[in-house]
Structures are given as structure tokens and as C-alpha cells.
Design a protein around this ligand. Structure first.
Ligand SMILES: [Zn+2]
Length: 500
């Protein structure tokens, strides 16, 4: 049978090989990806009989050891066991994706599914966006049967191991009361309804020339990209600008050459940014396409924020503390840098943008932020309903109603089993936004509005934030800094202050 030591040692290698293969695949550096071979090589880790042993150890241990056991359980489920259960469905999904050809009226060549998804929010011609949105929706329906089977297989598997269900399992693994989060977010949605509708309506009228009651998802998608602000952001300078503020903070973004920045364009490179912590802290990849404009800053600052957390993590931690745990912590660190593009001080002082323009950009970015948070209110509410394990009947209507209410535009019910990340990753983002805002307030209180130029702030990042890896979850980190409990108030206050 598996032992803790083997799981730690081989688990770390397995994780590294999987991340590396993922990087090579998404970066377009490798044509044929062989995840199966990696799973085969580490087949001995797929040991269900070890789950009750680990669960018992978790229940019996205390303090830091308890946390280590919890992280190993999380690793076992998320990376190994549920990965194994969904393997064949994932293959089926990628086959369906490859087979989809979307014919469009404006060109001979049909679009791939991926192209369709990106282009429907980017085409300047509204009739083309509408045509494409409807056609992508039609194509999405092809995934419904396999996604239902995949979810059901996960539900059955979790119960077969003696756990009371999908929701209770993830509540335990993530140490989060998911229904509490739902309640907090639904209250937030209630309080922000009127403001959201007002600002969204104004923005749609003035920027798109479309009244709110005629606005569609693709219009919203295009509007939220904010292409009109690209001219204020020279994308080719994003890395240099990051280097500028990290240098002043005393953070070395290339530390020992452990971080590899892959920014060149490549035909098969994924059109979205990502980072892969292959080995923590010694081998981290940051990969993104460069579009030239605001997104280059948003993407790069976010991903390299993750990379800094990973590269300054204490190497003496065990694998499950370096790589596994409350991902909202790493997301919060990533957002701290990403959200510099929401700081008037940063835009004016570091990027030299005119004050009036900066104000307008920030108002736009905050609308996008409110839109993003409300989208995740819909996600947590809907995912708790979807995963109640009472069948899929009627879930499509619920999906539609929930998101229409949160987003204020019509939603098709089709994506009800595809428009989500499994394992409640949505909760990680919600928590990250809340934590990020609390951390930012703390930084401003202690180091001033220009904390991103402060050496002392840099020391805090290195010595009190990054170093722990995942040894502290969000609540523990806030408590450790003396900030207090997790609290949505600062986030809400800022949204209202900027948008009212
Ligand atoms: Zn992230």
C-alpha cells in the first residue's frame, strides 16, 4: 500500500511532470501530448485503499500535521483519483471539440470551437457576433451528454469511497462552508443590484449605443474588453514596468533564473495567459500571448504575481505545503499586482497616464470588476444546485435564471454543465477577491498609496506572505497579519465608492 512518504515523494514528481507537459502543450511547444504516459508511470499513486488511511490520520492529527494530511487528501482527490475517473470523458470531450466545425456566413472556412468562443466576443460587427453566439451555443449542446456522465461518475465514485457526497467532500477538502459563501454573495448581489443595472445601462448606451434591454452576452463580452483603452498601454512595456516596481520593492522577478517567461508568439500557443509551477521554488513558467494593450498588463501582472509567490516559497516545506492548499491565497497575490491597473496612483505615477483618463479607465475597470464578482455569485449559487445530486432535470432552466438575474442580459440554458470548473474552484476566486482587497488596504495603511514602490512592502511580501507557500489558508494569513476575519466590506466599499 501507499505510504505518506511515497505519496509525498512520487506525488511531487508526478505533479511536476504533469505541469511540465501542460506547459509544453498550452505553449504550443509540443504537438503530441502524452498525459496518459504520465498517469501510467505513476499508477501506484492511484490507490483508493489509502484514502481511508489518510482520512483517519487527518482526523486524529492536530496542528500543522493535520493541515499536511488535509492537503495530501486534497491532492489525492483532485489530482489523482478524480483525474482518473474523468480521464475517458476528458478524451471524449477533446475529440468532440476537435470535430466541431462552425460554418459562418462571412467566410468560406468554418471556425473551430475555440475560435468561435473567442471571436464571438471580439468581432466588431454586431450581426456577426450574434450569428456566432447562437452557433457556438448550438455546438456547446454536443457536450451535454458526456459532461452529465462525467459529473455522475464523480458523484458515484465519491460516494463509493464512503463520503456523503460531492458538496460535503469539497467543503471538507477546502475547509470552507460553501453555503455560507453562497449566503454572503447573494446578500452582496441584493445590495449591488441597482448599482450594477444603472452603471451597466449607462455604459452600454454610451460605449456600445445599445439600450440595456437589448444588450446580449457577446455585446457585454466586447464591452468588457475595453479595446478603446489599449492605446494608453504599450504592451511591449508590461515586463519592463513589472521589473521597475519589483526592483524598487526588492523583489527579483528572475530570481536565480527559476522563473521562465515565455512571451513570444507561436502558432499553437493558447490565447490566454497561465503559469505552471513545475517545481517550487526552482522551476516556474509564465506563458502568455502578447496582444499589445491593456490586457498585456492585466495578464502579465497576474501571472507573474503567481510566479513570485511560488519562487519565494520556502524550499524546506514539504510538497503538499509548497504545491497544494488554499489556492485563493496565490490568487490573491496574483490579483494584488493585476489590480495595480485599477490604482489611480499606479496609472498616473508609474505609467504616466493623464489623471482624467486614469479616472475613466478605473471606472471602466471597476464595472468589469463588479460584473466579474456578480458572475461568481451566480456560479456559487448555481454550482451548489447543480451538485445536489438529484439529477439534471430542470438544471438548465435554473442556470439560465440565476445568471440572467446576476448579469442582467439574456442567457441560453445550454451551457449548464460546461460553464463551470469542477471542484468549486469558483469559491477560490471569490475568496481571493475579498482577501486581495483586505491585503491591499493593509498595504496602503502601512506603506502608503505607493506601496508598490516600497522596499518595506517588498520585504513583507517575501518574508510574511510568499514564504509560507500554502501553509496558511486565507483566514490564517489575514489573522497572521492582524487584519482580522475574512470580510467582503472593503471590496464592496471600493466598488460603491468608484461606481456610485
Ligand atoms: Zn490566477
Amino acid at each position: 500500500m501507499l505510504t505518506i512518504e511515497t505519496l509525498r515523494r512520487d506525488g511531487e514528481d508526478f505533479y511536476a511532470e504533469k505541469e511540465k507537459e501542460g506547459y509544453l502543450d498550452w505553449s504550443g511547444l509540443k504537438d503530441v501530448v502524452d498525459m496518459q504516459a504520465i498517469y501510467k508511470k505513476y499508477e501506484h499513486l492511484v490507490d483508493e485503499s489509502f484514502v481511508p488511511v489518510l482520512q483517519k490520520k487527518y482526523e486524529e492529527s492536530e496542528g500543522f500535521e493535520k493541515k499536511q494530511m488535509l492537503h495530501l487528501l486534497l491532492f489525492m482527490f483532485e489530482e489523482i483519483l478524480l483525474g482518473k475517473v474523468s480521464e475517458k470523458f476528458v478524451d471524449e470531450i477533446s475529440q468532440i471539440t476537435k470535430d466541431i466545425k462552425i460554418p459562418v456566413s462571412w467566410q468560406k472556412e468554418p471556425l473551430t470551437y475555440r475560435q468561435g468562443q473567442t471571436q464571438k466576443n471580439n468581432l466588431p460587427e454586431r450581426d456577426r457576433r450574434t450569428e456566432l453566439e447562437d452557433k457556438v451555443d448550438e455546438a456547446t449542446a454536443k457536450f451535454i451528454p458526456v459532461r452529465q456522465k462525467m459529473l455522475q461518475a464523480m458523484y458515484d465514485y465519491i460516494r463509493s469511497l464512503g463520503y456523503p457526497g460531492y458538496i460535503p467532500l469539497f467543503s471538507q477538502l477546502k475547509q470552507v462552508d460553501l453555503f455560507e459563501v453562497e449566503k454572503m454573495m447573494l446578500d452582496f448581489a441584493d445590495r449591488s443590484d441597482a448599482l450594477y443595472k444603472k452603471v451597466l445601462g449607462e455604459s452600454a448606451e454610451s460605449r456600445m449605443g445599445i439600450p440595456l434591454d437589448q444588450l446580449r452576452r457577446h455585446d457585454l463580452g466586447l464591452m468588457m474588453r475595453g479595446p478603446e483603452y489599449d492605446r494608453y498601454f504599450d504592451g511591449s512595456q508590461a515586463v519592463a514596468k513589472a521589473r521597475e516596481f519589483t526592483t524598487r520593492m526588492g523583489i527579483d522577478m528572475y530570481r536565480n533564473n527559476w522563473v521562465i517567461y515565455d512571451l513570444e508568439s507561436r502558432p499553437n500557443k493558447l490565447p490566454r495567459p497561465f503559469s505552471c509551477p513545475v517545481r517550487v521554488p526552482t522551476e516556474i513558467y509564465v506563458c502568455m500571448p502578447q496582444e499589445g494593450g491593456l490586457n498585456d498588463y492585466i495578464y502579465f501582472f497576474h501571472e507573474f504575481g503567481h510566479a513570485m509567490h511560488r519562487v519565494y516559497t520556502d524550499p524546506n516545506h514539504t510538497f503538499e505545503i509548497k504545491q497544494i492548499g488554499d489556492k485563493s491565497v496565490s490568487e490573491a497575490f496574483a490579483y494584488l499586482f493585476e489590480m495595480l491597473t485599477l490604482s489611480p496612483t499606479y496609472l498616473v505615477r508609474a505609467l504616466g497616464i493623464d489623471e482624467k483618463v486614469a479616472e475613466e479607465i478605473i471606472r471602466f475597470r471597476y464595472l468589469k470588476r463588479l460584473w466579474g464578482v456578480r458572475r461568481y455569485v451566480g456560479k456559487i449559487q448555481y454550482e451548489l444546485l447543480l451538485h445536489d445530486e438529484k439529477g439534471f432535470e430542470g438544471k438548465d432552466r435554473a442556470y439560465q435564471q440565476i445568471f440572467e438575474r446576476c448579469m442582467g442580459v439574456p442567457y441560453s440554458p445550454t451551457a449548464y454543465v460546461t460553464d463551470l470548473d469542477d471542484g468549486f474552484y469558483s469559491v477560490q476566486y471569490i475568496r481571493a477577491w475579498i482577501i486581495e482587497e483586505q491585503l491591499r488596504q493593509f498595504l496602503i495603511d502601512n506603506f502608503g498609496e505607493e506601496w508598490f514602490f516600497s522596499k518595506e512592502a517588498g520585504d513583507l511580501f517575501k518574508e510574511k506572505l510568499y514564504i509560507h507557500g500554502y501553509a496558511k489558508n486565507g483566514e490564517e494569513l489575514l489573522d497572521f497579519l492582524g487584519i482580522g476575519p475574512l470580510d467582503i466590506a472593503p471590496l464592496e466599499r471600493n466598488l460603491f465608492k468608484i461606481l456610485s
